[in-house]
Design a binder for this molecule. Structure first.
Ligand SMILES: Cc1cc2nc3c(=O)[nH]c(=O)nc-3n(C[C@H](O)[C@H](O)[C@H](O)COP(=O)(O)O)c2cc1C
Length: 491
């Protein structure tokens, strides 16, 4: 069978009473921090340099253009800390376990971050791995130059086995969603530091993977994010002889446990999606391709400010998944602020036309309970059907009953057949990474507003599509629940 987005998604669907038993091999648990044996570490200062900026300001105010300004190690460190850092610790069977400011399915953290830096004061130009547990940098290639001036190019990768250890063939979904979460933190952090980041998911896989020194059966690049304001979003790498040498055994750093299992569906899907089939896809109206009909449009108001906002660094560092939703009414101001965030430029500069956003609303001031579609480009909300679907969706989400109390379920939906036709299997990366990005923004928005939030990747796929009334080719990709919770620190 030829792998496509639709085929992979169907193949990895959960069916009630159809999930085969799987036991976690704790002896073989993947390492979640990448190790480069024998490689130096450059410790980074733990200072954040964005003052009391709010998330609202980052989303709403035009970011600057610092692409040609020399940066310092302090600024770089601040960018990285706000992107990904350890923010909580728990003890698991006597061993410390570290949580991060980025949400991740099962807290498995399959992603890694690399940086090609040029013109940073105090840092030799070159390729670095960001060691989250430092925070520190591992120098990988030195003296390499792409722009001859100042530039920061970030590469976001995933290590399949970290997630497939638990989720098996379905893990490719989580690798993409989780990396999207990391990417949104990076984009917001760069905007907060005055940059206009550009994101791409389209590049030559084998070139970039070998530049980054990966074992591509284990670790692959999924996204590139640049601060350069140039039409070609991916840095033009110099010819291979100018790459400088990698540390010896760099490829072995992609190994995360002694006995790794290769999941064929993941390998085959990723391979199928290595082909680039560029657009034109800007004209796609995904909402019209899901098989549902919309009525009664409501305009989403521009929100002049979000209520009781915490400063952005506090928001990023205190973000957590909260499941203690209470059936209290969500204010209209909160609801409008959430929608306003989803419609912000920061996300719309990506590939918003590939993924529809649905909303299951209940217990929300000013809006009747129902299933709605959000058209981000025209800032309109369309009612698809009335009713309170939270309880039924909670059952569909593997009986996670607490979801029934969440005032809002944000749904990411795509017609995967159309996606396959337009973009080939590569489109799956686009739509899932974009859903992950929006998911992270929702977490941060909720934290800002004193609401709870939790991403949900586990659901009976066919039942979800049936509840929503989607056609055969349209699928729920990801769900993020938000709403009033028992209590949130700081509010
Ligand atoms: C893609 C994705 C899927 C998730 N799915 C679920 C889920 O089905 N149920 C759940 O309770 N939490 C889910 N979570 C939340 C994670 O369990 C949580 O992010 C992780 O345990 C780390 O905790 P933290 O978010 O509090 O830092 C998901 C998170 C992500 C990013």
């Amino acid at each position: 069978m030829k792998f496509s987005s639709l085929y992979y998604h169907n193949l990895t669907s959960y069916k009630r009473r159809g999930i085969s038993p799987h036991f976690l091999d704790w002896e073989n648990q993947p390492r979640i921090f990448k190790r480069y044996d024998g490689v130096d570490t450059i410790d980074l200062p733990r200072k954040v340099a964005v003052g009391d900026l709010t998330l609202f300001q980052i989303l709403k105010e035009r970011p600057g253009d610092l692409s040609n300004t020399q940066q310092t190690l302090d600024i770089l460190s601040s960018i990285l800390l706000l992107t990904c850092t350890i923010t909580a610790q728990a003890m698991h069977s006597g061993t410390p376990f570290y949580f991060r400011n980025v949400a991740s399915a099962g807290a498995l953290y399959p992603f890694e971050l690399y940086l090609l830096a040029e013109g940073v004061h105090g840092l030799a130009s070159g390729l670095y791995h960001y060691a989250i547990d430092g925070p520190a940098l591992h120098p990988l290639r030195q003296g390499i130059s792409v722009s001859q001036t100042h530039s920061l190019n970030f590469f976001l990768s995933t290590i399949f086995f970290r997630s497939s250890w638990k989720y098996r063939d379905r893990a490719y979904r989580y690798c993409l969603l989780d990396t999207g979460h990391l990417l949104e933190n990076l984009v917001l952090s760069l905007r907060g530091h005055g940059f206009s980041p550009q994101v791409t998911y389209d590049f030559d896989d084998s070139l970039i993977n070998s530049f980054l020194g990966f074992d591509p059966d284990r670790e692959v690049c999924l996204s590139v994010c640049c601060t350069d304001n140039k039409p070609d979003l991916c840095p033009a790498l110099p010819s291979q002889e100018k790459w400088g040498t990698l540390p010896q055994r760099a490829m072995e750093a992609s190994v995360v446990s002694v006995r790794e299992v290769k999941y064929d569906a993941i390998a085959t899907m990723h391979e199928a999606s290595s082909v680039l089939k560029p657009g034109p896809y800007q004209g796609i109206k995904m909402d019209e391709l899901l098989g549902v009909s919309e009525e009664s449009l409501v305009e989403i108001p521009q929100v002049p400010a979000w209520p009781d906002e915490l400063p952005y660094p506090q928001v990023v560092f205190s973000r957590r998944s909260r499941r203690n939703f209470v059936p209290r009414t969500m204010s209209q101001h909160h609801f409008d602020s959430i929608l306003d965030g989803l419609c912000s430029d920061s996300l719309l500069t990506g590939y918003p036309w590939l993924t529809s956003i649905g909303l299951l609303v209940t217990n929300t001031e000013g809006y009747g309970s129902g299933f709605y579609l959000l058209d981000r480009r025209s800032r309109k909300l369309a009612l698809v059907k009335e009713g309170n679907f939270q309880g039924e969706m909670a059952r569909i989400c593997l009986d996670q009953a607490w979801l029934a109390n969440a005032a809002l379920h944000v749904l990411f939906i795509s017609n995967l057949k159309v996606l396959d036709e337009v973009m080939g299997p590569r489109g799956y990366r686009h739509t899932m990474l974009e859903a992950g990005r929006a998911g992270q923004l929702l977490y941060l928005t909720a934290t800002s507003l004193g609401l709870g939030c939790c991403g949900i990747g586990a659901f009976y796929d066919q039942e979800a599509a049936h509840l929503l009334g989607l056609n055969d080719n349209s699928k729920l990709l990801y769900l993020v629940a938000l709403g009033p919770v028992k209590s949130v620190k700081g509010h």
